[in-house]
Design a protein around this ligand. Structure first.
Ligand SMILES: Cc1cc2nc3c(=O)[nH]c(=O)nc-3n(C[C@H](O)[C@H](O)[C@H](O)COP(=O)(O)OP(=O)(O)OC[C@H]3O[C@@H](n4cnc5c(N)ncnc54)[C@H](O)[C@@H]3O)c2cc1C
Length: 386
């Protein structure tokens, strides 16, 4: 199991700093109106919208991104994920996404599109820059500490997604397992499992997709906590709106945003799902009760010998660096009011909860930028293009 995988959901943060080391000596403008953290779909749509709202990319805002290259989480997705097997990557605002073929790798085509987007709009992206903490200063700004010095800002847009916080639940005996355990983020190709029995854990889209692939080269067992909810009909706009509304309600109440699939169900008509169903691969077992050195066991005496446990058990929001701001409430989540933290209109979370999709991130980024212009520059006239 790689060190990147979380075994608990506890978030820690650095302490709050009262001084601003590096602010004046660092190159470039490090005292800005807005720091956007992350340059995936959410960060890029926000940056585009900030420019449209009259924020000058040369002086008023920066985007800090921890990755070495453009692409957000897409550059890290497994190689067999193609444009045609994603749920659809929506255009970023202002530049259409027109991949040449559905068979192309999402991990190559989407990053290339993002790179073109960054060039086209000349967005002020600094990378690789990892934000380690955000805290408040004595003069009511935000201090953004990074592995490349500090920035200060009047407002923050956090757009760090979830990919860097894979979640693995705890089960008794986990540490005794003699085989290999990995999370979706570590998956590369089904071929590495040939001849091994693979237990896939999780009831979401990634689990069904990976099962479909792996079951073509070796034997598999599927376990989920709850029986999967199969959706026969097409997933129309109404169903989409209902799903988003349920996640919106959760974050308004300060609960952790759940998985959207938990709300939408699994689409039977998706080709890889239909195929796997037909081959009998998606016969699900309830969650096992413990892990042994050589397999997984249920308290009713059942046992499945396993060489590999693949945890397709989802992600948590990557917001550890916001810990000094103490945003989490008793419900474990951050109470939201639209795109901003409830009671704090200067901290926006884009790509969080209801906006954790490519289309949701687009809308949320534009909404956050509009609100920030009204808040920080109420008298500034909008550029003609906005
Ligand atoms: C397997 C999988 C498949 C998916 N498929 C789809 C799909 O087909 N369609 C869809 O709409 N949605 C899909 N989603 C949801 C998807 O992740 C979002 O739609 C979207 O791409 C997320 O964009 P984002 O900008 O919020 O996050 P990301 O793309 O994860 O970008 C976050 C960026 O923040 C940076 N970052 C993180 N932490 C820090 C830090 N501390 N400091 C600085 N930078 C940081 C990262 O380097 C990264 O560049 C999928 C999710 C998963 C897990």
């Amino acid at each position: 199991m790689p060190a990147s995988v979380l075994w608990t959901t506890a978030g820690t943060g650095e302490g709050c700093a009262g001084v601003l080391p590096g602010v004046s000596s660092a190159p470039g403008n490090r005292a800005v109106d807005v720091v956007v953290i992350g340059a995936g779909q959410a960060g890029l749509s926000t940056a585009w919208a900030l420019a449209r709202q009259g924020f000058d990319p040369a002086t008023d805002f920066v985007v800090l991104d921890a990755d070495d290259a453009p692409g957000g989480a897409w550059q890290h997705r497994w190689p067999s994920l193609t444009v045609g097997t994603t749920h659809r990557v929506h255009d970023l605002p202002g530049l259409p996404f027109r991949p040449a073929a559905d068979s192309l790798r999402a991990a190559e085509v989407v990053p290339a599109y993002f790179a073109e987007y960054e060039r086209t709009f000349d967005l002020p992206i600094h990378r690789p820059v990892r934000v380690t903490s955000v805290s408040r200063t004595d003069d009511d700004r935000f201090l953004v500490r990074t592995d490349s010095g500090v920035w200060t800002a009047r407002a923050i847009v956090n757009a760090t997604g979830t990919w860097t916080r894979p979640f693995v639940p705890r089960y008794p005996g986990q540490e005794l397992f003699g085989g290999r355990q990995l999370h979706t983020v570590d998956y590369r190709s089904p071929d590495e499992f040939a001849g091994q029995h693979v237990v896939v854990v999780g009831g979401g889209a990634s689990a069904t997709q990976l099962l479909g692939e792996i079951s073509r080269v070796t034997s598999t067992t599927w376990v989920t906590r709850r029986p999967p909810v199969w959706r026969e009909g097409p997933f129309d706009e109404d169903a989409g709106r209902r799903a988003v509304a349920m996640v919106e309600e959760a974050v308004r109440e300060g609960r952790r945003p759940g998985s959207v699939v938990g709300v939408t169900g699994l689409l039977v008509s998706t080709p890889y799902v239909a195929d796997a169903l037909q081959r009998g691969v998606l016969e699900r077992l309830p969650m096992f009760d413990r892990i042994t050195s050589d397999g997984v066991a249920w308290s009713d005496g059942r046992f499945v010998a396993a060489d590999v446990i693949l945890w397709a058990t989802g992600f948590r929001a990557a917001v550890q660096h916001l810990a000094p701001l103490r945003l989490r409430g008793p419900g474990g989540g951050i109470r939201m009011d639209g795109t901003h933290v409830a009671g704090e209109p200067r901290i926006h979370l884009v790509g969080y909860g209801p906006s954790a999709s490519t289309v949701g991130a687009n809308r949320a980024g534009q909404s956050a930028a509009r609100q920030l212009r009204r808040l920080l520059h109420p008298d500034r006239a909008l550029p003609r293009s906005a």
